[in-house]
Design a protein around this ligand. Structure first.
Ligand code: BGC
Ligand code: ZN
Length: 363
């Protein structure tokens, strides 16, 4: 079968022929891949900055944001059947008995670092025609989300972050109620989907972003009842002035300088959530005394969040349905363009533009 793979040693990305997988245990599901979304992680992998092939393979099949259709199930599979639309989770547990996170099915919190990730770390991904997977990593999606369900995985980043936020704010006897002023940094897919999730969760949302597509992004942000502020025309101070006390920052840009400028404006008991993975661009000047002083005097929390457990996939599927009820045009406009597999590197090229580009593997 066809697959898109990166060969790190040869520094090549190619459409390859890869053996079609077969169901090998009664708890496995075989799926036909329909859509695969591409993101910054894929861009890093095809630039050979990130990503590791499986042991014994000189290539890694890329793709971790997917939508598939079940074609076959092992006899013990109970929660998915042929014809179901499904989204697969990304991370698989490490093998160590002492890793309580992985042993509890929460490899998103793996202690050892020996987890694997589909399409990223030591496990082939989804940019291929067929995939076989254990049932526990398969999440069924309603048919009516067919066109947009490839957005589930990038939305899980926000869903896990929101679950973390709820856990953190549980420290306040009122669970943070009455303080729902959120700022989203970045208007890429992770930022815009995060803004939608925050809106559904009852937050006032301001999206602060640098972009060359302000009009388009402003439309999407306005449609969800949020405010858009352009970083080119408004300084961080001006943005913070307009927002007032910030209760939550959801960072989705991977630009550390901007993030640390915004930390200074976090309000009392505020939570700053990092989701971006910045490239190493060298040291910058940050007023650490000011930040440390404020974090202490304001009971603030700065937290990082990566990957997502099955419950965040369930939350994402539910929320995506809610977004489609409320803002169908805005959700559709998050998907910029679709490309066939033999043009998979096009949307991954530097400066490709758009919000979410999708590879159509089959229809
Ligand atoms: C994926 C996560 C993954 C992370 C780090 C992200 O693009 O969405 O599932 O854990 O990259 O590899
Ligand atoms: Zn991704």
């Amino acid at each position: 079968m066809k697959a898109v793979a990166v060969f790190p040693a040869r520094r090549e990305v190619q459409l390859i022929d890869h053996p079609e997988p077969k169901i090998e245990s009664p708890t496995q599901v075989k799926v036909r891949v329909l859509d695969v979304g591409v993101c910054g992680t894929d861009r890093e992998i095809i630039s050979f900055e990130y990503g590791t092939p499986p042991a014994g393979s000189d290539y890694l099949i890329i793709g971790h944001e997917s939508l598939s259709e079940v074609v076959e199930t092992g006899e013990k599979v109970a929660n998915a059947k042929a014809g179901d639309l499904v989204v697969l989770t990304v991370r698989r547990p490490c093998p160590h008995a002492a890793c309580i996170a992985c042993r509890s099915g929460r490899q998103d919190f793996c202690y050892t670092g020996d987890f694997t990730e589909r399409g990223i770390k030591q496990r082939h991904g989804f940019m291929t025609e067929f995939v076989v997977e254990e049932e526990s990593y398969v999440n069924v999606v309603p048919r009516e989300l067919r066109d947009v369900a490839v957005l589930v995985e990038p939305l899980t980043i926000a869903e896990k972050s929101l679950a973390q936020l709820r856990a953190v704010q549980h420290r306040l006897p009122w669970d943070g109620r009455g303080h729902r002023n959120a700022v989203v940094l970045g208007a890429g897919p992770v930022g815009l989907l995060g803004a939608m999730a925050l809106r559904i969760a009852g937050f006032e949302v301001t999206v602060y972003s640098r972009s060359n597509q302000h009009a388009e992004k402003d439309d999407i942000v306005s449609a969800m009842g949020a405010r858009y502020i352009a970083a080119e025309t408004h300084s961080v101070d001006e943005m913070a002035q307009a927002v007032g006390a910030i209760d939550v920052v959801y960072e989705a840009v991977g630009a550390s300088g901007l993030a640390f400028d915004v930390i200074k404006h976090l309000g009392p008991n505020g939570v700053f959530i990092f989701t971006g993975v910045p490239g190493r661009k060298g040291p910058i000047e940050v007023d650490t005394d000011y930040i440390m002083r404020d974090v202490v005097l304001n009971n603030q929390v700065i937290l990082g969040s990566v990957n997502a457990p099955p419950e965040s996939f369930q939350a994402a599927i539910g929320d995506l349905g809610a977004f489609m009820q409320k803002w169908p045009d805005a959700v559709h406009s998050l998907i910029t363009a679709r490309f066939p597999m033999d043009q998979a590197t096009k949307p991954l090229a530097p400066g490709a533009g758009g919000i979410k580009n999708v590879i159509t593997v089959s229809t």
